[in-house]
Design a binder for this molecule. Sequence first.
Ligand code: HEC
Ligand code: HEC
Length: 254
Amino acid sequence: MFEPSSKKIMLSVLVVCFAIQTGLVYSDDVDIVLSADAVEGRELYHDGSCQVCHQLWGQGGFLGPDLTNASSRVDETRLASLLTVGSGQMPAFDYDADQIRFMRAFLEEIDRPDVGRGQLRLGDPATAVTPQGAFDATVREKVSPVALGGFETFASGVCSACHFPFQTSVVGAPDLSTVSERLDDSVLHEVLTNGRPERGMPPPVPALSAAQQDQLIEYFRWLNDNRADLMSDWELRQGDRRVDWSRLDWWEFR
Ligand code: HEC
Ligand code: HEC
Protein backbone atom coordinates (compact mmCIF):
# COMPACT_ATOMS: atom_id res chain seq x y z
CA MET A 1 0.00 0.00 0.00
CA PHE A 2 2.84 2.40 0.87
CA GLU A 3 6.09 3.06 -0.95
CA PRO A 4 9.11 1.80 0.99
CA SER A 5 10.40 5.39 1.27
CA SER A 6 7.18 6.71 2.82
CA LYS A 7 7.21 3.79 5.25
CA LYS A 8 10.70 4.81 6.22
CA ILE A 9 9.60 8.40 6.75
CA MET A 10 6.63 7.36 8.87
CA LEU A 11 8.87 5.12 10.93
CA SER A 12 11.37 7.95 11.40
CA VAL A 13 8.62 10.30 12.54
CA LEU A 14 7.39 7.73 15.09
CA VAL A 15 10.90 7.16 16.40
CA VAL A 16 11.38 10.90 16.72
CA CYS A 17 8.11 11.37 18.62
CA PHE A 18 9.10 8.56 20.96
CA ALA A 19 12.54 10.04 21.54
CA ILE A 20 11.16 13.50 22.25
CA GLN A 21 8.49 12.24 24.64
CA THR A 22 11.03 10.06 26.45
CA GLY A 23 13.42 12.98 26.70
CA LEU A 24 10.75 15.26 28.13
CA VAL A 25 9.55 12.73 30.68
CA TYR A 26 13.01 11.71 31.88
CA SER A 27 14.36 15.24 32.06
CA ASP A 28 11.63 16.25 34.49
CA ASP A 29 12.85 17.37 37.90
CA VAL A 30 11.91 14.50 40.19
CA ASP A 31 14.43 14.89 42.96
CA ILE A 32 11.84 15.10 45.71
CA VAL A 33 13.39 15.40 49.15
CA LEU A 34 11.33 13.49 51.70
CA SER A 35 10.84 14.74 55.25
CA ALA A 36 12.10 12.55 58.11
CA ASP A 37 8.54 11.34 58.81
CA ALA A 38 8.01 10.43 55.18
CA VAL A 39 11.27 8.47 55.10
CA GLU A 40 9.94 6.41 58.03
CA GLY A 41 6.72 5.95 56.06
CA ARG A 42 8.69 4.76 53.06
CA GLU A 43 10.40 2.14 55.27
CA LEU A 44 7.01 0.96 56.44
CA TYR A 45 5.80 0.85 52.84
CA HIS A 46 8.60 -1.55 51.95
CA ASP A 47 8.39 -3.55 55.19
CA GLY A 48 4.63 -4.02 54.76
CA SER A 49 5.12 -5.11 51.12
CA CYS A 50 2.43 -2.65 50.14
CA GLN A 51 3.87 -2.68 46.61
CA VAL A 52 2.75 -6.26 46.13
CA CYS A 53 -0.83 -4.98 45.88
CA HIS A 54 -0.43 -1.22 45.21
CA GLN A 55 1.28 0.92 42.64
CA LEU A 56 3.33 4.06 43.13
CA TRP A 57 4.36 6.01 40.07
CA GLY A 58 3.48 3.10 37.85
CA GLN A 59 5.34 0.42 39.82
CA GLY A 60 3.75 -2.33 41.85
CA GLY A 61 0.83 -4.75 41.99
CA PHE A 62 -2.78 -4.41 40.90
CA LEU A 63 -4.92 -5.94 43.63
CA GLY A 64 -5.40 -2.64 45.47
CA PRO A 65 -5.81 0.89 44.07
CA ASP A 66 -2.91 2.97 42.78
CA LEU A 67 -1.62 5.00 45.75
CA THR A 68 0.26 7.73 43.85
CA ASN A 69 -2.52 10.23 44.53
CA ALA A 70 -4.18 8.44 47.42
CA SER A 71 -3.54 11.23 49.90
CA SER A 72 -5.91 13.52 47.99
CA ARG A 73 -8.65 10.83 48.15
CA VAL A 74 -8.25 9.10 51.48
CA ASP A 75 -8.91 11.17 54.60
CA GLU A 76 -7.18 10.72 57.95
CA THR A 77 -9.89 8.60 59.56
CA ARG A 78 -10.14 6.20 56.65
CA LEU A 79 -6.36 5.85 56.40
CA ALA A 80 -6.16 5.08 60.13
CA SER A 81 -8.87 2.46 59.75
CA LEU A 82 -7.21 0.87 56.68
CA LEU A 83 -3.83 0.66 58.41
CA THR A 84 -5.21 -0.87 61.59
CA VAL A 85 -8.14 -3.16 60.83
CA GLY A 86 -7.75 -3.32 57.03
CA SER A 87 -10.64 -3.43 54.59
CA GLY A 88 -11.81 -6.21 52.29
CA GLN A 89 -8.72 -7.75 50.75
CA MET A 90 -6.45 -5.18 52.36
CA PRO A 91 -4.93 -6.93 55.37
CA ALA A 92 -4.90 -5.48 58.91
CA PHE A 93 -1.54 -3.97 59.86
CA ASP A 94 -2.17 -2.89 63.45
CA TYR A 95 -0.26 0.36 63.01
CA ASP A 96 0.16 2.64 66.03
CA ALA A 97 -0.46 6.41 65.86
CA ASP A 98 3.16 7.21 64.90
CA GLN A 99 3.23 4.67 62.11
CA ILE A 100 -0.03 6.06 60.72
CA ARG A 101 1.46 9.55 60.82
CA PHE A 102 4.60 8.38 58.99
CA MET A 103 2.60 6.63 56.28
CA ARG A 104 0.38 9.67 55.91
CA ALA A 105 3.44 11.91 55.46
CA PHE A 106 4.89 9.53 52.87
CA LEU A 107 1.67 9.33 50.85
CA GLU A 108 1.25 13.12 51.01
CA GLU A 109 4.77 13.88 49.84
CA ILE A 110 4.77 11.54 46.88
CA ASP A 111 1.41 12.89 45.72
CA ARG A 112 2.81 15.37 43.24
CA PRO A 113 0.53 16.07 40.29
CA ASP A 114 3.04 18.67 39.11
CA VAL A 115 5.74 16.05 38.50
CA GLY A 116 5.94 13.75 35.52
CA ARG A 117 4.34 15.95 32.90
CA GLY A 118 6.29 16.66 29.74
CA GLN A 119 7.18 20.33 29.45
CA LEU A 120 8.90 22.17 26.65
CA ARG A 121 11.62 24.39 28.00
CA LEU A 122 12.90 26.25 24.99
CA GLY A 123 14.64 29.55 24.53
CA ASP A 124 14.90 30.76 28.10
CA PRO A 125 18.51 30.60 29.31
CA ALA A 126 17.42 30.29 32.93
CA THR A 127 15.47 27.11 32.28
CA ALA A 128 17.36 25.73 29.30
CA VAL A 129 18.35 22.34 30.58
CA THR A 130 17.46 20.09 27.66
CA PRO A 131 20.19 19.79 25.03
CA GLN A 132 17.89 21.44 22.50
CA GLY A 133 16.89 24.21 24.91
CA ALA A 134 20.50 24.90 25.84
CA PHE A 135 21.42 25.02 22.16
CA ASP A 136 18.62 27.46 21.26
CA ALA A 137 19.55 29.71 24.18
CA THR A 138 23.22 29.70 23.15
CA VAL A 139 22.40 30.55 19.55
CA ARG A 140 19.94 33.29 20.46
CA GLU A 141 22.56 34.97 22.58
CA LYS A 142 25.33 34.88 19.99
CA VAL A 143 23.77 34.70 16.56
CA SER A 144 24.88 37.23 13.94
CA PRO A 145 22.26 39.30 12.08
CA VAL A 146 22.85 37.44 8.79
CA ALA A 147 22.37 34.04 10.41
CA LEU A 148 19.36 34.99 12.52
CA GLY A 149 16.75 34.47 9.78
CA GLY A 150 18.06 30.99 9.05
CA PHE A 151 18.01 30.09 12.70
CA GLU A 152 14.37 31.24 13.02
CA THR A 153 13.39 29.11 10.03
CA PHE A 154 15.24 26.14 11.45
CA ALA A 155 13.75 26.55 14.92
CA SER A 156 10.18 27.17 13.75
CA GLY A 157 10.21 24.31 11.24
CA VAL A 158 10.35 20.69 12.25
CA CYS A 159 14.07 20.51 11.45
CA SER A 160 15.07 20.29 15.11
CA ALA A 161 12.85 17.24 15.65
CA CYS A 162 15.36 15.22 13.60
CA HIS A 163 18.57 17.29 13.58
CA PHE A 164 20.17 17.53 17.03
CA PRO A 165 22.97 19.87 18.08
CA PHE A 166 26.51 18.59 17.46
CA GLN A 167 25.60 14.96 16.93
CA THR A 168 23.94 12.58 14.54
CA SER A 169 20.45 11.85 15.84
CA VAL A 170 18.80 8.46 16.27
CA VAL A 171 17.13 8.73 12.86
CA GLY A 172 20.49 9.39 11.23
CA ALA A 173 20.02 13.14 10.71
CA PRO A 174 23.53 14.60 10.71
CA ASP A 175 24.97 17.49 12.72
CA LEU A 176 24.30 20.53 10.56
CA SER A 177 27.05 22.65 12.11
CA THR A 178 29.50 20.89 9.80
CA VAL A 179 27.29 20.59 6.73
CA SER A 180 28.82 23.61 5.00
CA GLU A 181 32.13 21.75 4.93
CA ARG A 182 30.50 18.71 3.33
CA LEU A 183 28.10 20.15 0.78
CA ASP A 184 28.32 23.07 -1.60
CA ASP A 185 25.49 25.56 -2.02
CA SER A 186 23.85 23.91 -5.00
CA VAL A 187 23.61 20.54 -3.23
CA LEU A 188 22.28 22.28 -0.13
CA HIS A 189 19.56 23.99 -2.20
CA GLU A 190 18.71 20.59 -3.62
CA VAL A 191 18.33 18.98 -0.19
CA LEU A 192 16.38 21.95 1.18
CA THR A 193 13.97 21.71 -1.77
CA ASN A 194 13.46 17.96 -2.14
CA GLY A 195 14.75 16.54 1.13
CA ARG A 196 16.25 13.07 0.80
CA PRO A 197 13.12 10.94 1.14
CA GLU A 198 14.95 7.71 0.38
CA ARG A 199 17.31 8.36 3.30
CA GLY A 200 14.84 9.56 5.89
CA MET A 201 14.55 13.29 5.28
CA PRO A 202 11.13 14.33 3.94
CA PRO A 203 10.85 17.41 1.69
CA PRO A 204 10.29 20.45 3.96
CA VAL A 205 6.61 21.28 4.51
CA PRO A 206 5.72 24.07 3.91
CA ALA A 207 8.28 24.36 1.11
CA LEU A 208 11.18 26.72 1.80
CA SER A 209 11.42 29.80 -0.43
CA ALA A 210 14.72 30.58 -2.19
CA ALA A 211 15.30 33.40 0.32
CA GLN A 212 14.70 31.07 3.28
CA GLN A 213 17.13 28.56 1.79
CA ASP A 214 19.80 31.27 1.41
CA GLN A 215 19.27 32.27 5.03
CA LEU A 216 19.56 28.67 6.19
CA ILE A 217 22.81 28.29 4.28
CA GLU A 218 24.13 31.48 5.94
CA TYR A 219 23.11 30.02 9.29
CA PHE A 220 24.91 26.71 8.61
CA ARG A 221 28.04 28.67 7.66
CA TRP A 222 27.82 30.76 10.83
CA LEU A 223 27.42 27.58 12.92
CA ASN A 224 30.52 26.16 11.29
CA ASP A 225 32.61 29.30 11.87
CA ASN A 226 31.63 29.46 15.55
CA ARG A 227 31.35 25.75 16.25
CA ALA A 228 33.95 25.37 19.01
CA ASP A 229 32.69 28.41 20.87
CA LEU A 230 29.03 27.41 20.60
CA MET A 231 29.77 23.89 21.67
CA SER A 232 31.54 24.84 24.88
CA ASP A 233 28.83 27.35 25.78
CA TRP A 234 26.19 24.71 25.05
CA GLU A 235 27.89 22.20 27.34
CA LEU A 236 28.27 24.77 30.08
CA ARG A 237 24.59 25.62 29.99
CA GLN A 238 23.60 22.02 30.46
CA GLY A 239 26.00 21.74 33.37
CA ASP A 240 25.37 18.86 35.71
CA ARG A 241 21.65 18.85 34.91
CA ARG A 242 22.10 16.57 31.95
CA VAL A 243 19.80 13.60 31.84
CA ASP A 244 21.36 10.57 33.47
CA TRP A 245 19.49 7.73 31.82
CA SER A 246 20.91 5.07 34.08
CA ARG A 247 19.86 6.57 37.39
CA LEU A 248 16.98 4.88 39.10
CA ASP A 249 14.77 7.25 40.99
CA TRP A 250 13.96 7.00 44.66
CA TRP A 251 10.55 5.41 44.28
CA GLU A 252 12.01 2.36 42.56
CA PHE A 253 12.04 -0.69 44.78
CA ARG A 254 15.15 -1.61 46.62
C1 HEC B 1 -2.88 -8.12 49.95
C2 HEC B 1 -2.96 -6.90 49.20
C3 HEC B 1 -2.72 -5.58 49.92
C4 HEC B 1 -1.62 -5.21 50.67
C5 HEC B 1 -0.39 -6.02 51.00
C6 HEC B 1 -1.85 -3.83 51.04
N1 HEC B 1 -3.05 -3.39 50.54
FE1 HEC B 1 -3.83 -1.52 50.72
N2 HEC B 1 -5.50 -2.10 49.77
C7 HEC B 1 -5.72 -3.36 49.23
C8 HEC B 1 -7.07 -3.41 48.67
C9 HEC B 1 -7.69 -4.59 47.98
C10 HEC B 1 -7.62 -2.14 48.91
C11 HEC B 1 -9.05 -1.67 48.57
C12 HEC B 1 -9.83 -1.91 49.83
C13 HEC B 1 -11.18 -1.31 49.83
O1 HEC B 1 -11.44 -0.40 49.07
O2 HEC B 1 -11.99 -1.78 50.66
C14 HEC B 1 -6.62 -1.33 49.57
C15 HEC B 1 -6.77 0.01 49.92
C16 HEC B 1 -5.77 0.80 50.41
C17 HEC B 1 -5.85 2.23 50.57
C18 HEC B 1 -7.05 3.10 50.20
C19 HEC B 1 -6.83 3.52 48.76
C20 HEC B 1 -8.02 4.25 48.17
O3 HEC B 1 -7.78 4.94 47.18
O4 HEC B 1 -9.12 4.10 48.66
C21 HEC B 1 -4.68 2.65 51.10
C22 HEC B 1 -4.28 4.09 51.45
C23 HEC B 1 -3.85 1.48 51.26
N3 HEC B 1 -4.54 0.38 50.83
C24 HEC B 1 -2.59 1.52 51.78
C25 HEC B 1 -1.81 0.38 51.97
C26 HEC B 1 -0.52 0.40 52.60
C27 HEC B 1 0.18 1.65 53.11
C28 HEC B 1 -0.07 -0.89 52.62
C29 HEC B 1 1.22 -1.43 53.22
C30 HEC B 1 1.43 -1.10 54.60
C31 HEC B 1 -1.07 -1.71 51.96
N4 HEC B 1 -2.12 -0.91 51.59
C32 HEC B 1 -0.96 -3.07 51.77
C33 HEC B 1 -4.82 -4.39 49.19
C34 HEC B 1 -3.61 -4.44 49.86
C1 HEC C 1 12.13 13.37 9.69
C2 HEC C 1 13.48 13.77 10.02
C3 HEC C 1 14.08 15.03 9.38
C4 HEC C 1 13.55 16.29 9.34
C5 HEC C 1 12.21 16.78 9.89
C6 HEC C 1 14.54 17.13 8.70
N1 HEC C 1 15.63 16.37 8.33
FE1 HEC C 1 17.27 17.04 7.37
N2 HEC C 1 17.98 15.13 7.27
C7 HEC C 1 17.40 14.03 7.87
C8 HEC C 1 18.20 12.86 7.57
C9 HEC C 1 17.91 11.44 8.06
C10 HEC C 1 19.29 13.29 6.79
C11 HEC C 1 20.43 12.46 6.25
C12 HEC C 1 20.10 12.03 4.82
C13 HEC C 1 21.30 11.34 4.21
O1 HEC C 1 21.87 10.47 4.88
O2 HEC C 1 21.65 11.70 3.11
C14 HEC C 1 19.11 14.73 6.62
C15 HEC C 1 19.97 15.54 5.90
C16 HEC C 1 19.91 16.92 5.85
C17 HEC C 1 20.87 17.77 5.21
C18 HEC C 1 22.11 17.27 4.47
C19 HEC C 1 23.16 16.98 5.52
C20 HEC C 1 24.35 16.25 5.00
O3 HEC C 1 25.38 16.38 5.64
O4 HEC C 1 24.25 15.53 4.01
C21 HEC C 1 20.47 19.05 5.41
C22 HEC C 1 21.18 20.32 4.93
C23 HEC C 1 19.24 19.02 6.16
N3 HEC C 1 18.92 17.70 6.41
C24 HEC C 1 18.53 20.15 6.56
C25 HEC C 1 17.28 20.07 7.14
C26 HEC C 1 16.45 21.24 7.41
C27 HEC C 1 16.86 22.68 7.17
C28 HEC C 1 15.28 20.78 7.93
C29 HEC C 1 14.04 21.58 8.35
C30 HEC C 1 13.43 22.35 7.28
C31 HEC C 1 15.38 19.32 8.00
N4 HEC C 1 16.60 18.95 7.52
C32 HEC C 1 14.38 18.50 8.50
C33 HEC C 1 16.23 14.02 8.59
C34 HEC C 1 15.38 15.09 8.75
